[in-house]
Design a protein around this ligand. Sequence first.
Ligand SMILES: *Cc1c(COP(=O)(O)O)cnc(C)c1O
Length: 387
Amino acid sequence: MTIPAQLIPVARPWMGEEEATAARRAILSGWVTQGPEVAAFEREFAAAVGAPYACAVSSCTAALHLALVALGVKAGDEVITVSHSFIATANVVRYCGATPVFVDIDADTLNIDPQLIQAAISAKTKAVLCVHQLGMPCDLRALVDLAAAANLPVVEDAACAAGSEIRWDGHWEPIGKPRSDIACFSFHPRKLLSTGDGGMLTTARRELDHQFRLLRQHGMSVPDTVRHASAQVITESYPILGFNYRLTDIQAAIGREQLARLPAMVARRRELADRYGQRLRGLRGVITPREPEWARTNWQSYAVRLQPPLDQGTVMQRMLDHGVATRRGVMNAHREACYPPGSWRMTDAGLAKSEEAGDMTIVLPLYHDLTEQDQDRVVAALELAVR
Ligand SMILES: *Cc1c(COP(=O)(O)O)cnc(C)c1O
């Protein structure tokens, strides 16, 4: 098989001179971690999503972990979530010593099926951790109402969903505006907005934001910024067991530039996703993704579902042979060796849809400077691969 000269990658971060200049500014400022750039990034992120509080951390995994710790999730507890997600979603439950209880997904949105949550609730349930998978908002209305009735807090894994919107009380609003207790974002390069690595927690609950700030810096009572600004000598104390989950000022400076690009990023991805939808319409064996009428995804990933007898690995290899990189859709945590029996639980409804989605979806290339010509090459490669 000849390898084509020009491989079309599956994703590319959108960064340029602005980000490089911002990093330089932070480096030369004399303050390189959790200082003024982090504070400014938090303010700007909070304003962009419409949240009263935003707390920056080193990754979304760190954000999710802190969210559960701040809600008091501990050994012996259960957290209702999905297996069909990046593994970090389930891992953070286990970091707390708790057990993830996996609920199956809705096949169309690849998100948690709210109708299956009730059966997953037990006396040990401490929280519901939902995911806006691949940027597609989950059915938060149903979920929040259900959790409220059961008196359970809700955490949103919004790792992929910066720039996604949900229709709420008749208005389109950004994911991250508080509707649940906490939303957690990722700034890994596979997401839209990237700081290399990084994360953010948004909330409307002041006491939770206070906890996040303590927990992200070793449980230290007085942050460096306060000590630095004080004319008096201040000695800090450590009232709670914390972590080092700081974001650096270099990353935050980059994040501020990325945030300014977010509307353009989302607009471009929607354009390209629409175009995929048109070009792939009617292609046999391939189902294109659709938004529920109350959701607007940022198209962090454009995942198509293959139908039997097509095989995921074969289609991906054929496309790669034609110079087009793809990725399998979303994994399932419960199928990995680090999830042995006893480390998780499921309901009688099982996880058939999660497994089927894991086996049959593939992610197509989508990035800001994907040309229409290259997008047509992707479409042509897929057409050949499923023939
Ligand atoms: C990427 C991702 C994470 C992890 O984010 P990091 O910032 O890499 O820690 C968690 N959950 C989901 C759904 C993700 O896609």
